[in-house]
Design a protein around this ligand. Structure first.
Ligand code: ZN
Length: 279
């Protein structure tokens, strides 16, 4: 795959590096590229010094604080959106003066439009250079709106990768733990957010569906239309006591006994994907 940031900007100078990136294009599609970008962010593995600077610009503390309350716009959506903005908007859309051949810009942007569920501006197909500048200005907000589609596509994949979600929430917890209640009155106490105990139906449904009714820890079926008097807990993978938040990405389905055994510890696990065996 080729990232917007795969070149060493410092070595080559911004113009050369950026131009080469446009020439390379993104091999796996923008949503796929976004997944790789968020992995590099979570595992502190920026692909260039330039990307590392952008990663530092993401205000994860503020995103962590916002995830005290449960929202459909999760902390992961917010981080993905920041990364999409940096990778695709700032480098592709906002600044086109660096492109030697302006038509490359249109070609590159146009190739992304179908994946962003956007219609290609007619001006992009024009042979008049000035029309492209006009279209770029005109479709500015439209393109930003389209980033949401990439964010949602990337999220739909990552939502099922719970070991990644655990690592993402460990990164968020690093931001919550040092916070003092005197500076952040919304905290329960220093380094700890208030625990949510009431979960709306939509989040219960989303988690049950992902877990297919099984306890995240022991695999026992705990929620199924076939079971009367279902008893299950929604568990925080990174416990509140360790800086975990109520963000949906930190929640899993658990049977009461696993939740009880676990208490305030963190259980690590690998994502295992089963493929059915023939015979
Ligand atoms: Zn269990």
């Amino acid at each position: 795959m080729t990232s917007i940031f795969s070149s060493n900007i410092l070595k080559e100078g911004p113009k050369m590096a950026r131009y080469r990136n446009v020439a390379n294009k993104i091999s796996g599609g923008p949503a796929y590229d976004l997944i790789l970008a968020v992995e590099r962010y979570v595992y502190n593995y920026p692909s260039s010094s330039n990307e590392s600077i952008h990663h530092q610009d993401i205000d994860l503390t503020s995103i962590a604080i916002q995830s005290i309350s449960i929202s459909e716009n999760t902390a992961l959506h917010k981080v993905l959106h920041e990364l999409a903005y940096i990778e695709f908007y700032l480098y592709l859309y906002d600044d086109i003066d660096w492109v030697d051949n302006i038509f490359d810009f249109a070609e590159y942007a146009t190739s992304m439009f179908p994946e962003m569920n956007l219609e290609t501006p007619i001006e992009f197909l024009s042979k008049q250079e000035s029309d492209i500048y006009y279209a770029k200005k005109k479709y500015d907000q439209y393109f930003i709106h389209g980033l949401n589609h990439l964010v949602n596509s990337a999220f739909a994949v990552l939502w099922h990768r719970k070991s990644f979600l655990l690592d993402f929430n460990l990164k968020i917890a690093e931001k919550i733990r040092p916070l003092k209640k005197c500076d952040f009155p919304m905290l329960e106490q220093d380094g700890r957010v208030p625990r949510t105990t009431y979960f709306k139906k939509w989040i219960q449904n989303a988690i049950q569906l992902r877990e297919r009714g099984n306890c995240h820890y022991c695999g026992r079926v705990v929620a199924s239309p076939a079971i009367a008097n279902q008893e299950y807990d929604i568990d925080h993978m990174v416990p509140i006591a360790q800086g975990g938040t109520n963000d949906p990405t930190n929640l899993v389905l658990s049977c009461p006994s696993c939740n009880n055994d676990k208490r305030a510890s963190i259980r690590s696990f690998d994502d295992v994907f089963n493929w059915p065996k023939i015979n």
